[in-house]
Ligand binder design. Structure first.
Ligand SMILES: O=C(O)CCC(=O)C(=O)O
Ligand SMILES: [Fe+2]
Length: 116
């Protein structure tokens, strides 16, 4: 399926206009590679949609520190999609621990509106 078709399906998952997903990132994760704790840059808008291809992996979330730290994790199956919005986008950090085998992700991002 062409990239625009994938973007349409990801937009439908997130409930946004496909045109609003202005940025696309393709990331290749060789076995054992990771992405550390972060929140996506504020220059991007309130919605991030991911498509996970190849190896299954974990997507971890954390917020707060010390005894208030909370963590949550979910498994991303091959060909699954996820949406980061609301607190999952703005308050929680996310990370991906070592992937067991080759994985690719496509992430689609909205852009922050100029006035916000
Ligand atoms: O690979 C993924 O599904 C997420 C990657 C990520 O967190 C990012 O590119 O900001
Ligand atoms: Fe991210």
């Amino acid at each position: 399926m062409a990239l625009c078709g994938v973007r349409e399906r990801c937009a439908a998952l997130a409930g946004v206009d496909p045109e609003a997903l202005a940025q696309t990132l393709v990331t290749r994760y060789p076995p054992d590679s990771v992405i550390g704790w972060h929140r996506d840059a504020p220059a991007f808008g309130p919605t991030v949609v991911g498509l996970s291809l190849g190896s299954a992996c974990l997507l971890r979330f954390q917020r707060s520190t010390g005894e208030n730290r909370r963590v949550y994790e979910l498994e991303l199956s091959p060909r699954s999609g996820y949406v980061l919005t609301g607190a999952a986008r703005s308050a929680w950090q996310h990370s991906i621990p070592p992937v067991p085998a080759l994985r690719y992700s496509l992430t689609f991002r909205t852009l922050r509106s100029p006035r916000s």
